[in-house]
Design a protein around this ligand. Structure first.
Ligand code: DX5
Ligand code: ZN
Length: 215
């Protein structure tokens, strides 16, 4: 299991220390939630944060773009040291073009499905992607409640991946904590994203990560 910790819930007053604690806690990837206030109601951070994250951790940077016109920003994120770039398939008539653009910059390309988006909408894209991200909350905020209704969708995509010859990672994001993680892993996730369960864990980051690993 790969754990990608979403930095939007860390304590920005102690940015470097929090990132170092994240590494010490054994996190695999850093998840960067990018929101533009248009595709989702919230606004977070942009590419300028990535080189600092890379410098402090040297971890793979897993960028989740929740923005309109992601194609306009791929180059900036790639040049800022993104390793994985995932784009939503909603509100985007040029998804494949953008996936190809991500790969031209030697980044891994992911596609993201909102809770209301059906599995059928990604079938034709499977040969082109490195990762599929299933949202288990409405995108926009950390700290929301996990939607168990998404478990069958995760499992359907797991089966599709297993039937294909492609090497595709299945990532799940939203409301994952020590109580919900088991169902997500059993449904077939390879990569889980967590913000609140790591950065707001009462006993600290390391204990939060341990609680996820020992579900
Ligand atoms: C939601 C983001 C998530 C979120 C996860 O729009 O994509 O990555 O930060 O936060 P938690 O783990 O608190 O649900
Ligand atoms: Zn995310």
């Amino acid at each position: 299991m790969i754990i990608s910790s979403s930095i939007i819930s860390l304590d920005f007053l102690s940015f470097e220390e929090e990132l170092k604690r994240t590494v010490q806690a054994g996190i695999d990837w850093l998840h960067i939630d990018v929101m533009d206030g248009l595709f989702v109601p919230n606004i977070t951070i942009g590419p300028m944060f990535l080189p600092f994250c890379k410098k402090a951790t040297n971890l793979p940077l897993d960028v989740h773009l929740m923005i309109n016109h992601p194609e306009r920003h791929i180059e900036a994120f790639a040049k800022a040291s993104a390793d994985h770039i995932s784009i939503h398939i909603e509100n985007n008539p040029n998804v494949l073009r953008t996936i190809q653009q991500i790969k031209e910059f030697d980044c891994k390309a992911g596609i993201v499905l909102n809770p209301a988006t059906p599995v059928e909408s990604i079938i034709e894209l499977l040969p082109f992607v490195d990762m599929i991200l299933v949202m288990t909350v409405n995108p926009g905020f950390s700290g929301q409640k996990f939607l168990p209704e998404m478990l069958p969708k995760i499992n359907t995509i797991r089966k599709l991946i297993d039937q294909s010859t492609q090497k595709i990672l299945l990532q799940v994001d939203g409301g994952i904590n020590k109580d919900t993680i088991k169902s997500v892993i059993e449904a077939g996730a390879d990569v889980i994203v967590a913000a609140t369960a790591i950065y707001k864990y009462p006993q600290g980051i390391k204990a939060g990560v341990d609680a996820l690993r020992n579900f």
